[in-house]
Design a protein around this ligand. Structure first.
Ligand code: IPM
Ligand code: MG
Length: 370
């Protein structure tokens, strides 16, 4: 518990740290078209994480067998990003695990458990920050309903960057939300570049700028500034509340193509969008920075499934989809297409109630089709 003076001191430190973060933002880029050897790290995570990532590992190992043999791809299993180990080390990402992570170019990550309350930061949030993975791209596609959405969620700022650094005073608690110029412009640029390069003609900017006037106000204003460089693209502003309704509204929702949002709104709405696609277990997600990128399922570690002894029935489709996104990112489009085709055609179903195939049986079937 702090008094007001201590809280002001703490706030000063936070502002200084954020100013330092802005100053240190780098644009060093990894070019996968010329890189001789690409290292893919596969991180197991908690709960159902090790079960589903093991299947993704098997699939990648088979799909990339030639390149692995030739040494142009290294597939590396990274253990130890578990809640037990993190608590024992008192760190969101233990130092030795972080060093291993940073020795890779791209990562495929199983879900990690985030403790409620306390001060232990989420491993996800820490990794996004440590690797500066500022663009969280989440595709949602339901062809029979004319839905083809790509969400660009800002991934390193907003409500998340100081989410574990709020202050508690007598009778009140205060958290902080941070929006920076550089952080906003780079995610907006990523969204508009994606739109331009993929023939998309509509970008929605989604905030709550009527209430979060400073931070979301800045986000909206800067996103519009970036939009000026993309004259062929229609831009519309929505508030997050009505946007959550609009995603359920037919036929209006069919017009949405690229959706650009600050961190927390992006977190929430992408679960809704994934549910429209068939559930969070069906969605993959990329966390992309200039140097590193990390790919994951959008769901959590499902501790209740483990408690019920149903872990083997966790659906690995989400993380395998994320693996396909990873392959595209490292400029292996043929391998990605082979994997996506096999997934589209695979009729084996994994159901969390245990009435379908296990994760391993699904992967067996998929690997036969590759
Ligand atoms: C997500 C997850 C994470 C988030 C959690 C696990 C920290 O919900 O990737 O959407 O809130 O970003
Ligand atoms: Mg989420």
């Amino acid at each position: 518990m702090m008094n007001i003076e201590q809280a002001c001191e703490a706030f000063k430190t936070l502002l200084e740290e954020q100013a330092a973060r802005i100053a240190a933002m780098s644009t060093e880029k990894t070019d996968f078209t010329t890189k001789k050897c690409v290292t893919i790290g596969v991180i197991d995570g908690d709960g159902i994480g090790p079960i589903i990532t093991a299947q993704a590992y098997r699939v990648l190992n088979k799909l990339l067998a030639d390149e692995i043999a030739a040494g142009s791809i290294v597939l590396k299993q990274i253990n130890g990003l578990t809640i037990e180990n993190r608590i024992a080390c008192g760190k969101a990402i233990p130092d030795d695990v972080l060093a291993e992570i940073k020795s890779c170019d791209v990562l495929l990550k199983g879900p990690t458990t985030t403790p409620h309350g306390g001060t232990m930061e989420s491993a996800n949030v820490a990794m996004r920050r440590e690797l500066d993975l500022y663009a969280n791209c989440r595709p949602v596609c339901v062809p029979e309903k004319n839905i083809d959405w790509m969400f660009f969620r800002e991934n390193t700022e907003g409500e998340y960057v100081l989410g574990s650094r709020g202050v508690e005073l007598d009778g009140m608690a205060v958290d902080f939300k941070v929006t920076t110029d550089l952080g906003t412009k780079r995610i907006a640029r990523a969204a508009f570049e994606y739109a331009k390069n993929n023939g998309k003609t509509h970008v929605s900017i989604v905030t709550k700028a009527n209430i979060m006037k400073k931070t979301d106000g800045k986000f909206t204003a800067l996103a519009h500034e970036v939009a000026k460089d993309y004259p062929g693209i229609e831009v519309e502003d929505y508030y997050i509340d009505i946007m959550t309704a609009n995603l359920l509204k037919e036929p209006l929702r069919e017009k949405f193509q690229v959706v650009l949002l600050p961190n927390l709104y992006g977190d929430i709405i992408t679960d809704e969008a994934a549910q429209i696609q068939g559930g969070v277990g069906t969605a993959g997600s990329s966390n992309v920075g200039d140097k590193y990128a990390m790919f994951e399922a959008i769901h959590g570690s499902a501790p209740r499934m483990i408690e019920r002894g149903m872990g083997d029935y966790a659906n690995p489709a989400s993380i395998i989809k994320a693996a396909a996104m990873l392959l595209r990112h490292i400029c292996r489009p043929e391998a990605a297409a082979r994997l996506e085709k096999a997934m589209d055609e695979c009729t084996v179903e994994v159901r969390s109630d245990g009435t379908g195939a296990t994760a391993a049986q699904y992967a067996d079937a998929l690997m036969q089709m590759l």
